[in-house]
Design a protein around this ligand. Structure first.
Ligand SMILES: [Zn+2]
Length: 730
């Protein structure tokens, strides 16, 4: 039976569509909400219900006055909803709401909600500002979640999960989003940016705090190590000429919407982490407390935060941070030995060489020197273009960006990189190995390191067992897969098998007792890579067999390899498999399972089947919260990209009407997969002739990323077959 549910989403500028108001973040007010609804429904708003009565056969629900807050934080939800029993966190009753029948999926979300709320009360030194906290799972929701004070709304995959069946990544996502939203109750709701140009104050902080809270809750997840992947993703957008400063002018509502991007969230959180590590975690926390106390129930700007942090730290934080917040891009730090000194220099890192640029940063740099058996640290702030660091005698290796928290890339020149790779891998922390691999790949894409050298380097990581380091390598193989000619694909598959097989053989298919969640996730990631990018027949055969067992009894297979099984089976799948997965999508028991089978429909190779998937994004079968992402995923598949691009061009107007605005914007991100010269030309012509504007610099960024991929192909294409053949020998 079809059910109707109403839920608002006001951020950034839509409260004005629901009630007359000064709909800007610094016009804070107290809201007294009354909702008049059909009697069979339940109403949720920011505060607790103070009275409920029936008048003229309608239910009248009155809510307590809110704190003084911005309009974009007001929320109404009306429908058939069920709450969990409230849990008290201090004085706050906390509940999870779902549509009927999904209450079994609430305990995990509730656990992290309780833990993170406690964590933040303690960290901020301020009690939770609302009178209750509801976390509400909405079945069709365009964003991930929305931090309405007292009634946070979520898409279901971000709040509801079956603890026993979820993968590490799926559970991690719930933990992240729930603690992120809870962090906003202070950062964003209690103290709000004055204007949308300062959105990063809300979002970067919530992202930073989300990780502090999850790290405290489950230290074994090593959340700050895993954050490397997000930091690297931010670096890859920030390496574009079309990037923007974290703080950036916002004039029209479309520009405000475009601010919800990786630069605001992940770059913002990265530079906060860098600052926190530079001035020390306790000093940083005390500065944050001072800032929140001073501006509670009001609004603030970036400079206000630096003032409080600078006062507590007794350091010129404003000078340090201005470059990171108000300049676009980030530096490449080049390290080179000249005689007895280490020469460090900075220049802006960009993938495409267009012009020289003048930006300079104050870069906190931590260096580790290994001298025989012992190590020494050096800390400095690189404020000039170049500096020389005197070295003691007998330095055997030297690592710049020790600890890995710097928001910059490092080019260890000459023998420096080789020396780092030649030592025992355990001499480097996982996050440092991640950065070595990630910086090497980025400099390769930028044309500063030959592809042959990078591929040779990947051979060093056969014994690697950290899932984040592997994420860099697997990503680089995917990139190559998108840009090479179809005839070269078989060579790339051999290379992938060569690099991945030893780790898969070692890890096997079954988890070992005492194994970490991260290793379980790694096993799944590697199997998926070997079965698809490596096109490995043995792994494919095993996947078929294990999936058959899994369908009979879910408990016989570790949840972390189920996504790999589904992905591999789709990759080798025929029409019968397509029907099977479509059916499983329709009647899946959890939001995660539903998502898994939905996206498996983009992983088949047959054009006829991929066409069917695309058609279902417009005929109502796939909800609009997911449809744009399904189209994007098909555009990044080398088997579906031509088809998907034709589909986008043909149906643009309908998509523009049907999909949520931010979904449409994300969908267009799929064009970076269209990495052939012909497609690139067609993409540019389409967006120009249709005069499409996605807000801010979004479209320019996608087009530049596409240019980078195609120019890599133009630069390396002819030599790739020989390079791959050589790399397989290494
Ligand atoms: Zn947020």
């Amino acid at each position: 039976m079809v059910q109707t549910l109403a839920a608002t989403q006001f951020e950034a500028t839509d409260a004005r569509r629901a009630f007359p108001c000064w709909d800007e973040p610094d016009f804070k007010a107290v809201f007294a909400t009354t909702l008049v609804i059909d009697p069979q429904f339940t109403a949720i708003s920011n505060t607790s219900v103070v009275s409920e009565s029936v008048e003229h056969s309608k239910k009248v629900v009155r809510f307590a006055d809110t704190i003084k807050m911005s309009t974009y934080l007001v929320v109404f939800v009306v429908g058939r909803m069920q709450p969990t029993k409230p849990v008290s966190v201090g004085k706050t009753p906390l509940r999870i709401w779902t549509v009927p029948g999904k209450q079994e999926l609430t305990p995990f979300g509730q656990d992290i909600a309780v833990a993170s709320l406690k964590f933040f009360e303690d960290y901020y030194g301020i009690p939770y500002p609302g009178d209750k906290l509801d976390l509400v799972a909405i079945p069709d929701f365009a964003s991930g979640a929305m931090e309405n004070l007292g009634a946070i709304t979520f898409r279901e995959t971000a709040l509801l999960v079956d603890q026993r069946a979820g993968t590490h990544a799926e559970l991690g996502r719930v933990a992240d989003v729930v603690s992120h939203e809870n962090a906003h109750m202070w950062f964003g709701d209690l103290v709000t940016m004055s204007w949308w140009n300062g959105l990063w104050l809300n979002e970067a902080f919530a992202t930073f705090m989300e990780m502090l809270a999850v790290d405290a809750w489950k230290p074994e997840w090593k959340r700050w190590d895993t954050f490397s992947v997000a930091r690297a993703a931010a670096l890859s957008v920030d390496g574009l000429w079309s990037t923007r400063p974290i703080e950036y002018p916002v004039h029209a509502p479309k520009d405000a919407d475009a601010m919800f991007d990786i630069l605001t969230y992940e770059k913002g959180a990265s530079v906060l982490r860098m600052l926190e590590q530079h001035i020390g975690p306790i000093v940083f926390r005390d500065g944050v407390r001072a800032y929140l106390h001073r501006h509670a129930y009001g609004n603030a700007d970036t400079k206000d935060l630096w003032i409080d942090l600078g006062t507590v730290a007794r350091q010129p934080v404003t000078e340090l941070m201005n470059g990171w917040i108000f300049q676009p891009g980030f530096p490449l730090v080049t390290a080179e030995i000249r005689g007895q000194t280490l020469q460090l220099s900075q220049q802006r890192f960009t993938y495409l060489k267009q012009a020289s640029s003048e930006e300079m940063w104050h870069i906190p740099i931590q260096i580790r020197l290994t001298i025989g058996e012992r190590t020494e640290q050096r800390q400095l702030l690189l404020t000039e273009q170049e500096t020389a660091v005197p070295l003691p005698d007998g330095v055997t290796t030297l690592l710049v960006n020790e600890g890995g928290y710097g928001f910059y890339r490092v080019h260890h020149r000459g023998a420096l990189l080789q020396q780092l790779l030649d030592q025992d891998p355990d001499c480097l922390a996982p996050i440092e190995r991640f950065n070595l691999a990630s910086d090497a790949w980025a400099t390769t894409v930028a044309g500063l390191m030959p592809l042959a050298e990078y591929l040779h380097l990947t051979a060093r990581f056969k014994s690697e067992r950290d899932k984040n380091v592997w994420a860099v390598l697997l990503d680089s193989f995917s990139f190559l897969n998108r840009i090479i000619a179809p005839d070269d694909r078989a060579s790339l598959q051999i290379l992938v098998r060569n690099r991945v097989t030893p780790a898969v053989k070692d890890l096997g298919w079954e988890p070992r007792s005492g194994e970490s969640d991260l290793t379980r996730q790694l096993r799944g990631d590697l199997l998926a890579a070997l079965g698809r990018k490596g096109n490995d027949p043995d792994v494919q055969q095993q996947a078929v067999e294990r999936y058959r067992l899994y369908r009979k009894d879910h408990s016989v297979v570790d949840p972390n390899i189920v996504p790999a099984l589904v992905a591999i089976l789709a990759y080798i799948g025929d029409e019968a498999r397509y029907e099977e997965f479509s059916e499983l999508y329709r009647r899946s028991a959890t939001p995660q399972e539903e998502r898994r089978y939905l996206f498996s429909l983009t992983m088949f190779r047959s054009p006829a089947l991929l066409s069917r998937t695309l058609n279902r994004t417009l005929n109502g079968e796939i909800r609009t919260q997911d449809a744009p992402f399904v189209v994007a995923a098909t555009m990044t598949s080398v088997h579906g990209r031509e088809l998907a691009w034709e589909f986008v061009k043909t149906n643009w107007d309908q998509m523009d009407r049907l999909f949520p605005k931010q979904g449409l914007r994300r969908m267009c991100g799929g064009i970076v997969g269209l990495a052939t010269p012909e497609l690139e030309q067609d993409v540019r012509a389409f967006f120009t002739s249709r005069k499409i504007d996605l807000g801010g610099k979004t479209l320019d960024q996608y087009l530049e990323q596409l240019r980078i991929a195609v120019s890599f192909r133009e630069r390396e294409g002819r030599t790739i077959p020989a390079t791959l053949a050589n790399a397989i020998q290494s």
